[in-house]
Design a binder for this molecule. Structure first.
Ligand code: ZN
Length: 291
């Protein structure tokens, strides 16, 4: 008998998105925190368990522990994160590019549950409707709630990255993701530049979103009228409790700094500060080649 799959998530599967809402205008979002796979799909998306548990392709390593620490340390910042592996449907990617048939870091590794025999058009739309839309819908709702309460928001998209690429060590410890220079991105980066004794910060490293049309940053910007900003942390820095404490302290200090009345523009909608955004050709970062 032919059966038609009409649902992806079952009763025993976790919700697609978790939210801890607290007073205050700060929101930390973690699109790659999750590593769950729905029961109806092969465990670990059909990949090797050990590879999956350690692969940046599957989730941002240690970011779930950073969020636990943020929850303990902040009583004035909200948290939102996705619970499913990015291999299922990458929340930080435009929908057409959000299902990878192969590892993006090692093209020899295929993702069995993402091959066309297992991931048909129907399966793709189930993942979009039950994983992607709930996360981004909940994020928009949270942003709107905080704007209504506080007149503005500061949203920081949190990511971790691998210490090496193509077996070459990356010479950066913390970096930013942005599409353009906004008051938020500029003040955030100014602060990180002053912290160079503690963290090796390089603007726009390790990823240059401005050149990646598949990245969802532009979509998130448009959907939420947001000054989009992401923070990238090298994952070996948050592999220990001490390392996580150091990052949480950095985030405490930086959000307190940004909350000062003189930096009110960092909390505003993008359309409110659009006259302060330099044209792309004046933005040295935006015009750099991909490294
Ligand atoms: Zn990430």
């Amino acid at each position: 008998m032919k059966t038609t799959v009409t649902k992806l998530l079952g009763d025993n599967d976790p919700e697609p998105v978790s939210i801890i809402s607290k007073p205050g205008k700060i929101i930390f979002s973690g699109p790659h925190n999750g590593r769950s796979v729905p029961e109806c799909l092969p465990p670990f998306m059909g990949t090797n368990e050990n590879w999956f548990n350690n692969a940046h392709d599957a989730h941002d390593l240690h970011m779930d522990k950073v969020f636990t620490a943020l929850d303990k340390s902040f009583d004035d910042a909200s948290l939102i994160w996705g619970n499913y592996s990015r291999l299922l449907f990458d929340l930080n990617t435009m929908p057409d590019y959000a299902i990878n048939p192969r590892s993006s870091e090692n093209g020899n590794i295929i993702i069995p549950a993402n091959q066309t025999d297992q991931c048909c058009t129907k399966q793709r739309s189930l993942r979009f409707n039950e994983i992607y839309c709930p996360y981004h819908g909940a994020k928009t709702q949270l942003i709107n709630e905080k704007r209504n309460e506080h007149g503005g928001v500061i949203v920081i998209d949190m990511h971790s990255f691998t210490p090496t690429w193509d077996q070459v060590k990356r010479n950066v410890e913390v970096g930013t993701i942005r599409c353009e220079k906004t008051p938020l991105s500029q003040e955030f980066e100014n602060y990180l530049k002053h912290m160079q004794d503690e963290f090796l910060f390089v603007s726009g490293e390790p990823y240059r979103v401005a050149q990646r049309l598949s990245n969802a940053a532009a979509l998130i910007t448009d959907n939420n009228d947001l000054q989009y900003l992401g923070l990238e942390i090298r994952n070996d820095l948050i592999a220990t409790d001490e390392g996580i404490d150091k990052i949480v302290t950095l985030l405490k200090n930086i959000t307190q700094h940004l909350s000062q009345p003189e930096f009110i523009d960092v909390t505003k909608r993008r359309t409110e500060i659009s006259s302060q955004i330099p044209p792309k050709h004046d933005d040295i970062y935006g015009s750099c080649p991909i490294l």
